[in-house]
Design a protein around this ligand. Structure first.
Ligand code: FMN
Length: 134
């Protein structure tokens, strides 16, 4: 979303909670709205039957790809889950069946390089069951 009026409303929607999260959103040039749509019938039925939300998995994958591609092109992203979906809906007219799940702040990183992150070791996040050699 690059329309200035709507962008301001989206930035306000992201100032969520008593701590007014996400102040930086008002400074980014582009805000992407990520909506969940109903999906095709077999997915809906399968999801209901199994108690799983497949569209949310799709959203996770596509948002990850979006962020990686943006990084590849020298851009920075921030996934934003803390926002008022009601305010987003008020700012942008979506069909009732669309539900905003995430916002993405997209822009040029200030100093060009992301800061060093402290990551968990691989064996703290996964484990092998059975044979280790593949
Ligand atoms: C689903 C989800 C929602 C998030 N919501 C927010 C948010 O509202 N505000 C924020 O500052 N960071 C939020 N984050 C965190 C950042 O988007 C980012 O993932 C975090 O800074 C870690 O980035 P990294 O890839 O450098 O580890 C969220 C992350 C995820 C995955």
């Amino acid at each position: 979303m690059v329309d200035d009026v709507i962008k301001r409303k989206l930035a306000k929607a992201a100032r969520f909670g008593p701590l007014h999260a996400n102040p930086f959103v008002s400074e980014v040039p582009v805000i992407v709205i990520v909506n969940e749509t109903p999906g095709h019938r077999p997915t809906r039925w399968g999801g209901r039957l199994l108690g799983r939300n497949f569209p949310l998995m799709d959203i996770g994958m596509s948002v990850m790809q979006f962020c990686l591609q943006a990084a590849q092109e020298g851009l920075g992203t921030c996934i934003i889950g803390l926002f008022s979906a009601r305010e987003v809906r008020r700012a942008v007219d979506f069909p009732r069946s669309h539900r905003t799940r995430l916002l993405l702040a997209l822009g040029k990183p200030e100093d060009g390089a992301p800061f060093e992150k402290k990551r968990k070791a691989k064996d703290q996040m996964s484990r092998y069951i059975g044979r280790k050699e593949v």
